[in-house]
Every structure is written in C-alpha cells, then in structure tokens.
Write a protein that binds this ligand. Structure first.
Ligand code: CA
Length: 234
C-alpha cells in the first residue's frame, strides 16, 4: 500500500517539487497551502505522514501539531525555512517527530520519513540485541561491543548509547536526552551531556573528532546515525 503524505507548504515551487519527488519514490501526496485546508485534508484523508512548513499564510504551523497530537500519532516532519533552533525545539517538544532545514536534499527527507514512519508503526525490534554498523549492544546483559570487542562503558554511558540506538537517525533534543538518561530534574544539565557524549565518542568512534555515529545537531541536540539498524526493513 502506498503511504499518503500530506504536504503543508505555501511555497508553490517547493510543494510541486516535493509531490513530484514523492510520487517517484512511490508515495501518494496531497497539498495544503494553508492551515485551513491542512485541517480539512487531515480530517478527510487521514494521511500517513505529514510534512509541515511553520510559516503559513493563515497562521503558525505549530498550532497544527497541537491539533494532530491531540488525536493521532501520525509522524510530523517540520520543513523549516529558518535556521531557527528555538522554533525547531518548540515544535519537537510539541510532538513533531523530526525536522529538515531548507534547502534539504530529497534523499535526506526520505530517510527521515522512513525512520519516523517505522517508529510510528511500532515496528521497533523487541530483540535484546541492537546493532548499528560495527556497534552492538545486548540490552539484557548490559554489554556493548564494537566489532566483537567488548566496550568498557560506565552504566551512564551504556544507557546513553542504548537510548541512542533505540532512536536511530532521529533528532534527540538535549533536554529529552537528559530527562530519558539521567531523569527528571536534569533537563538543564547541558555540561553533563556534553561530557558523557565526549567520553562515549572516545569509546565508540574511530575518530572522536570526526564522529560517524553521534552527530551534533548544532544548538538542538544530537542524532545517532545508523545506516543499517536492527529495525525490520520495510
Ligand atoms: Ca512558508
């Protein structure tokens, strides 16, 4: 079955290009140029994935996230024109799943869409072994390996790596990472996070100064790159 993508974008050149590229990739698409028609399309057609521009002629795209999150878990990917970190973080906090900043490559957008869709469809692997490139962890035995070498990780480093591997290719906002790994009350402890990311990079990356796995999303958080995760393939 072809997934239906709702494109909410008032830039005509961009939404034309998007719907063409999506069709080539095997998706169906619908276009809404403002919030009003976005609401209507959403109610009538029940899209599988939503691409959302924030600056729309009749209001802020963020109000759409609020409405949708109230009802369903349909993945929402923000198309952000501005390199505005605050806007992006607010949107993610409100329940958007990911974002791309314009201009973006279709390749990148498709990858984000696939990851978001897989997560939303609840296809997360229930196996205790998670793998990603040369890394693997056993969530039951609390052990991590690079190739077949056992990694000496502290419990916090292990939990951080585990959280990253459970959320591959997804933007991980600083505050959320701190809350998930350290707990409530740590959301502002940026220095903690930086320190542990650095020590984890030293243990898992070939070259910690040019990371392959833990990518920095400037001003927003991190993204754990995983080309072949242990998620089922679509
Ligand atoms: Ca716009």
């Amino acid at each position: 079955m072809k997934e239906l993508v709702l494109i909410i974008e008032d830039d005509k050149a961009l939404h034309k290009m998007l719907s063409f590229a999506l069709e080539q990739e095997g998706y169906k698409s619908l276009i809404a140029e403002d919030l009003k028609s976005a609401h209507r399309h959403f109610q009538v057609h029940k899209p599988d994935i939503i691409l959302l521009d924030l600056g729309l002629p009749d209001g802020d795209g963020k109000s759409f996230i609020k409405m949708v999150r109230h009802e369903v878990t349909t993945p929402i990917i923000i198309l952000s024109a501005r390199n505005d970190e605050k806007e992006i973080v607010t949107s993610l906090d409100m329940g958007a799943d990911d974002y791309v900043t314009k201009p973006f490559s279709m390749h990148e957008l498709f990858a984000r869409m696939r990851s978001a869709y897989r997560r939303a469809s609840g296809l997360n692997s229930s196996s205790p072994i998670l793998t990603c490139g040369s890394l693997s962890i056993d969530t039951q035995l609390h052990s991590a390996y690079k190739h077949t070498q056992l990694l000496k990780l502290t419990p916090t480093e292990f939990n951080l790596l585990k959280y990253c591997m459970l959320h591959p290719n997804q933007v991980l906002v600083h505050a959320r990472l701190l809350k998930e790994v350290w707990g409530v009350g740590y959301q502002q402890e940026m220095q903690y996070l930086r320190t542990f990311i650095n020590s984890l990079r030293k243990k898992i990356e070939d070259d910690p100064t040019r990371p392959h796995y833990i990518m920095t999303e400037m001003g927003i958080g991190y993204r754990f790159f995983c080309e072949n995760s242990s998620y089922p393939k679509e």
